[in-house]
Design a protein around this ligand. Structure first.
Ligand code: NAP
Ligand code: GDD
Length: 382
């Protein structure tokens, strides 16, 4: 299969990616046969020049998703050659990266298909792999628990295994989740808090987390797990509560709708801005050694508060429009999430720039602008 067969237009930058340059300024050759590849040094002994991003190649699985689009922007700014993974679908889903298509390379692969992942890693020979691809919507995981495990658990193993076979010096980021804390054992949640997942999604992410830790410990691989709390943006999918609310508020304000049906208004989340969170992903892979980090704001807010701020921002009283619909309640809920980002702050120097109110109002404004321009729901203009 080539890129054209996916209908990706001129999105690929071709396969002639540059070879990396070592610390001595010379081109690093990996050798043509598998036995030579197996003798490659591990991440701590690599001759690659890790101080310059100009020669670095990164693979992003999930590049068509919210985080993938922000991470691609960040890595391009830093001079990376960005290779995004797209899976075959009946209609391309490229709206979040439309503005980047002439600067990134798209390649076909699927987390369900080991050979496609192996070929991808072997052909691209990246310095860094960011595994963001997943079935990420919690309610859908009760409808498709087995498939969720295939994507989010075995999918991680497939990527790790491909890296292990091709070149163990490749640095790996796994998109782990605060959903793993579930019925929380302590408040706030840190890297040391035990997991108690409450959905097939959460369970699948626990597997993804531990298999990442296991490959690090078993094979000395530079594998990091970022335990990220909820992060949102104008590019968030419309099914998630923040975007559902901001889109709903914009519709009501513009007279396109007269009510908004939601589920549990008491659930509390630690919500941040996705653009801030992708910086933490990159920072993790630039450290001298691999580790796991909680990334969060350290604040929690109820869904009710999110709703109130969003409606207030356009001068409306939320209680006149919001209805609770039991269809949106979950078989098992995560009542409270609040992260302790101390380690990420101290060791990575990571800081959030957008606060909760700033995030909600940014999203409402973006939805108003999109709808005023006649944007369709599936393809927001932001
Ligand atoms: P998202 O917008 O739902 O994007 C998910 C991405 O995964 C899409 O690009 C999707 O591709 C891709 N994908 C799904 N199944 C795939 C498969 N079998 N093979 C290849 N690609 C596949 O999610 P997000 O919010 O950006 O989140 C990124 C990652 O972080 C996910 O792993 C999520 O679970 C995790 N996470 C997110 C948050 C958050 O609050 N956003 C918090 C913690 C962890 P298509 O376009 O083809 O569907
Ligand atoms: N989606 C949705 N729709 N959620 C609602 C609604 C509604 O109408 N009404 C209330 N909620 C509540 C949910 O019950 C949940 O407690 C909270 O809002 C947040 O729901 P989502 O926005 O769907 O996110 P999530 O917390 O379940 O999962 C997100 O964050 C995780 C990190 O904690 C996703 O991005 C996951 O992929 C991510 O791992």
């Amino acid at each position: 299969m080539n890129d054209d067969s996916l209908g990706l237009r001129a999105a690929t930058g071709g396969r002639g990616v540059p070879w990396p340059v070592g610390a001595d300024g010379k081109v690093v050759h990996y050798g043509a046969c598998r036995s030579a590849r197996r003798r490659l040094p591990r991440w701590h002994a690599t001759g690659r020049d890790d101080t310059s991003n100009m020669s670095k190649r990164a693979i992003i699985t999930g590049i068509t998703g919210q985080d993938g689009s922000y991470l691609a922007e960040l890595l391009l700014e830093k001079g990376y050659h960005v290779v995004g993974v797209v899976r075959r679908s009946s209609a391309p889903n490229l709206w979040r990266i439309e503005h980047l298509l002439d600067r990134i390379e798209l390649r076909p692969a699927d987390l369900l298909d080991q050979l496609s992942i192996l070929r991808l890693i072997d052909e691209v020979r990246p310095h860094e792999v960011y595994n963001l691809a997943a079935m990420s919507f919690v309610p859908a995981s009760w409808d498709t628990p087995l498939l969720t495990g295939e994507f989010n658990s075995q999918g991680v193993t497939r990527v790790l295994e491909a890296i292990r076979q091709v070149d163990r010096s490749i640095r790996f980021y796994q998109a782990s989740s605060s959903e793993m804390f579930g019925k929380v054992r302590e408040v706030p949640q840190s890297e040391m808090t035990p997991f108690h997942p409450r959905s097939p999604y959460g369970v699948s992410k626990v597997y993804g987390h531990y298999i990442t830790v296991n490959y690090r410990e078993s094979y000395d691989m530079f594998a990091c797990s970022g335990i990220l709390f909820n992060h949102e943006s104008p590019r968030r999918g419309l099914e998630f509560v923040t975007r559902k609310v901001t889109d709903g508020v914009a519709r009501i304000k513009l007279g396109l709708s007269d009510s908004l049906a939601l589920g549990n208004l008491d659930a509390q989340r630690d919500w941040g801005f996705a653009g801030d969170y992708v910086k933490a992903m990159w920072l993790m892979l630039q450290q001298p050694s691999p580790d796991d980090y909680v990334v969060a704001t350290g604040e929690t807010h109820a869904v009710r508060e999110l709703v109130q701020i969003a409606f207030e921002h356009v001068g409306l009283d939320w209680e006149r429009y919001v209805k609770v619909d039991p269809r949106y309640l979950r078989p098992a809920e995560v009542d409270l999430l609040i992260g302790d980002p101390s380690k990420a702050r101290q060791e990575l120097g990571w800081r959030q720039e957008v606060d909760f109110r700033g995030l909600v109002t940014m999203m409402v404004d973006a939805d108003l602008a999109r709808l005023e321009k006649g944007g369709v729901p599936a393809q927001p203009l932001a």
